[in-house]
Design a protein around this ligand. Structure first.
Ligand code: NAD
Length: 494
């Protein structure tokens, strides 16, 4: 008996997208799940029509209605739209948690076969350098703003702990670069340590992201769930897919409060488009995640088992896997052939690894809603704050020493003093006795002499006087102290 109908927006996508999406739909329907698909466009074809967002209004409307998306890969063509339509979709619908499992699969030989790799990377999906706020601040210096918020961090970290609970996983590791980026990655780590206290039954720990990369290459089976910021997650999740057979096997789900988007980790692989040779496993396994999200747990288990049986049997093997095993590519199964084999195996159980069920059964929706964000204006009003100065960035041909003396003179009287002049984060004035190969962008830090609060009029007057002398000023940051803690970092060498 087919189950009740679900509505899902399907985006066939670019390159090999339509082929893998067709495979996934065939398998889902053969598993007895009835879905009312709303087909929608995004990506290259949309950019080519001059829509620079890559995601037209009809597609947005469809997703608003269905709340669930099965998506093929989207190209980011050079010369049309500027932003990736993938990132646009994830951000428009606030899918803040990008979940990428990496599990050892039967019949897929890897260096780690037999070690029991079974981990999930939960990547923050909206913020960080992916906020895409970039500027050329001089003709030669580009800058990208790394935005990390307590709210964004809390949502994804809570998601990771709740996922651990739901799947019966026992350990969550936060991976950050908090040792270097104290205000951003450091905030993520801090929020992780606070939230970990609410999940005492789950082992939690923090590792620096570079060490995580090292440990993943050395002994990946030690990891269970890794939660991390956006760019870190992007890189280590591709690394993790390499541990278990490559992009042909890597599935993912992007989860928000209301919308979830399921897609393979791989891109549009244009050289294989239309050739019926691509491995559809990644998108079929992403559909398994979608079926669980739709509370079709029985069908999800059946499809996952059928994929595992197909891989175990090794009779229908796509060319990417044949290459890895050193076989003859001419004998490889086509995309359609592999899909036929999975459909034929529906109802069979794998001999080795069973579907990753945890305690998923009978849970709908897939994830209990997370608590609403509870910080209102009164929370922020209770934080003691003072602004003690300014960082002013300046494009200049002046030597840092010259600029330092000029600013010392400028602030000889008045509420501020010059703390330092730095170049690309390293203090160059007052001199630390080392030469620095600087660029034409310097930053001068001015703080109140006694560290007390600065009046807004004094801050603006300071800014005006600096701008009069240095019309190449590019931007200004206020220096805040929140509840007694500096909201800014020192310069290197300060
Ligand atoms: P890609 O993932 O498309 O392909 C890289 C290589 O990986 C392929 O040439 C192929 O050898 C292999 N590969 C990928 N998927 C495979 C599969 N299912 N089966 C077998 N082998 C597979 O990466 P790319 O070439 O860097 O990117 C191509 C386009 O895709 C770009 O426009 C990029 O922006 C886009 N992209 C989209 C997404 C997405 O939609 N989420 C993700 C990554 C890249």
């Amino acid at each position: 008996m087919p189950s009740a109908a679900h509505r899902v927006t399907v985006i066939p996508g670019d390159g090999v997208g339509p082929e893998v999406v067709r495979s996934a739909i065939r398998v889902i329907e053969a598993a007895g799940v009835f879905i009312d698909w709303e087909e929608a466009a995004a990506g290259a074809s949309v950019f080519e029509k001059g829509d620079t967002s890559g995601v037209p209004a009809e597609t947005r409307d469809s997703i608003e209605r269905t709340k669930v998306v099965l998506k093929g890969p989207l190209e980011t063509p050079v010369g049309f739209g500027e932003k990736s339509a993938n990132v646009t979709l994830r951000k428009l619908f606030e899918t803040y948690a990008n979940v990428r499992p990496a599990r050892e699969l039967p019949g897929v030989p890897t260096r780690y076969a037999g070690e029991g790799v079974n981990l999930v990377i939960v990547r923050e999906n909206v913020e960080d350098l992916y906020a895409g706020i970039e500027h050329m601040v001089t003709p030669d210096v580009g800058q990208c703003l790394k935005v990390i918020s307590r709210k964004g961090s809390e949502k994804v970290i809570r998601y990771a702990f709740e996922l651990a609970r739901r799947e019966g996983r026992t350990k969550v590791t936060a991976a950050t670069k908090a040792n270097i980026m104290k205000m951003t990655e450091g905030l993520f780590k801090k929020v992780f340590e606070e939230l970990a206290l609410e999940y005492p039954e789950i082992e939690s720990g923090h590792l620096i992201i570079d060490n995580v990369a090292h440990q993943l290459a050395k002994a990946p089976a030690q990891f269970d769930i890794i939660v991390t910021t956006n760019l870190n997650g992007d890189i280590i999740s591709d690394l993790a897919s390499g541990l278990v057979g490559g992009l042909g096997f890597a599935s993912s789900g992007n989860y928000g409060d209301t919308v979830a988007i399921f897609e393979a980790v791989h891109g549009s692989a244009p050289k294989y488009a239309g050739k019926d040779v691509i491995n559809p496993t990644a998108l079929i396994l992403s559909s398994v995640m979608m079926l669980r999200h739709l509370a079709e747990t029985g069908a999800a288990d059946r499809v996952e088992d059928a994929v595992l049986v197909t891989l175990e049997e090794g009779r229908a093997t796509t060319q990417d896997l044949v290459r890895q095993t050193g076989g003859d590519v001419d004998t490889a199964a086509s995309t359609t052939g592999f899909t036929d084999a999975v459909i034929a195996n529906l109802g069979r159980s794998p001999a080795t690894l069973g579907a990753q069920r945890g305690d998923l059964a009978n849970q709908a929706p897939a994830m209990a809603p997370l608590p609403a964000w509870s910080y209102g204006p009164e929370h922020y009003a209770a934080i003691a704050r003072r602004t003690i100065g300014l960082d002013i960035f300046i494009e200049t041909d002046s030597d840092a020493g010259q600029l330092g003396v000029e600013f010392e003179n400028l602030t000889a009287a008045g509420p501020f003093e010059l703390r330092f002049v730095e170049s690309r984060g390293t203090k160059v004035y007052p001199s630390v006795g080392l030469s620095s190969d600087g660029v034409r962008l310097l930053r001068a830090r001015f703080v109140t002499r006694d560290g007390g609060p600065a009046a807004e009029t004094d801050l603006l007057a300071l800014q005006g006087r600096v701008a009069e002398r240095q019309p190449g000023w590019t931007h200004v940051e206020k220096l805040h102290v929140f509840d007694g803690a500096d909201g800014f970092t020192k310069a290197q060498g300060e």
